[in-house]
Ligand binder design. Sequence first.
Ligand SMILES: [Zn+2]
Length: 437
Amino acid sequence: MVGKMSRTTCEARSRNTWLRAGGMILLLVAAAGLCAGDIVGDIVALAPSQPHSYEQFMTAVQELAASPRITVESIGYTHKGRAVVLVAVQAPKNVGLNPAEGPPCLFIVARQHGTECSGTEAALALLRYFATTDDETSQRILEQLTIAVVPMANPDGVAASRRLNAANVDLNRDWISLSQPETRAVAEALSRWQPLAAIDMHELPAGSDKPAYAQSFVETIGHDDRIATWLSDDCRICSLRLADWMQAYSLPANFYYDYSNDSRKLCHRYFGLVRGIPAYLFEAKTGSGHPLEQRTTFHVLGALVVGNYLIHTYYDNQRRGREAVAETPAAAQQEPSELSEATKPTLKLEIVKPTEGAVVTGSVPVVVQVAGEGFSYVTFLIDGVLKAMTTCAPYTYLLNADDYSNGEHRIEVALCNATGRPLLSEHCTIIVSNNGG
Ligand SMILES: [Zn+2]
C-alpha cells in the first residue's frame, strides 16, 4: 500500500512530474508545507460520529461564520422556508474578490438527496479544517484555491429524512428544467462563484444490485462530442489521480464515463455539459462495512484530489496557456515504467462475458478475470471510447446494448498501471440486436 497523503516537505515539482506520478504524488505539492501528517485523517477527524440534523447543521454554519476566512450566503429558500446556504472558505485577502481576480474555485454540492449524509459531513469537515488550521500548508492552499460549498442542498429532505424535496421532486433529476428553488439557487450561485471544477456528493444504496455499482464510484464526462476536448481530458486525467489515491487509501472505487442524451438532468452533467465545468459525481457506498467515517473519507479524499488537480492545471495553464493542456494527451505524460515491464509477464486477463461474437440485447455485464498483480486498474472501452475503469474486483462493467446501434461493436479491456499505461489488453466483438433480429 502506498503511503497516506502527507504534508511532507517537498521541492517544487514540474507539471510533468505531477501528471505522470502515480501513488507517490504528494497532496497539494504546489503548496508544500513543513508538517508531516495525514491531511485526510486530520480533516475526517473533524467530522462527528453522528450526522448533523438540519438545525445542528445551521448551528455549525453559524460557528464557521466567525472565521475571517468564511463567507456564508443564503442562496435560496426551500418550499418549507428553510435556507439553502453556501459556505466558502478563502484566504482572508481573497474574500470579496471578483472570482475572475481570485484563485480558482472548487464548487461542491452535497446532500441533494436528504438521506445521504456523508457528503454534508465531508463538506463541513473540509470547511472547518481550512477555516481553523493555521499551518503553512493550509494557508498556502487557501491562497491558491477557493472552496465554495453547498453542504446541504435539500434541507427539507434532510428534515423529513427522505430523498426527495418537499415538492416530491428528486433534485438530481431537475437540472434540465431547474424547476425547484433548491436547484435554481445552486445554478445562480454557480454564476457568481464561476468555479473551474465541481463535485456532487452522494451515497450509493447498500442494496443496489447492479454489478457496475457494487462499489463506491465516481462518474464523470470522459468523452462527449458536445464539449471541448480539454474538458473531457481534464475529467479523465483527474479520474486517474482519483483512482490512485482511492487505492492508496484502500477505498475500492469504480469510475464511469457514461453519458446519454438526457443526462443533463443530473447535476454533474449540467455542470459539465451546460456550464462547461469539469465535474464529478461521487457516490459513497453505504451499508454494513461502510461506516460514516469511511464514506466521509471517500468524499474528503476525492475533494482534495480534485482541488489539487485544479490548482496544478490552473497555475500551469496560466504559464503555458490552455492550448498546451488540450494538446497534451495523457499518453505524452507517461514514462517508461520498469515496474510495469517486470510485472507484465505474470498478468493474465480474460474477457469471460460476453463471449466473442455473442448476440446481445439490453443490459450485458462485461465480466473480466484477472490473475497476477502489479496493475492499478482495469479499463473498459467500447468502440474505442473509454467507458469505465475500476480499481477493484469484481472487474465488471454493465453495458447497455440499447445505447448502441444494431450490428458489431468492439469491447476492449485493459490492465493499466498508475499512469494509465496499458500493460495488457484483450478484446472481443459483440453483435447488438435490439430489435430481436
Ligand atoms: Zn444521491
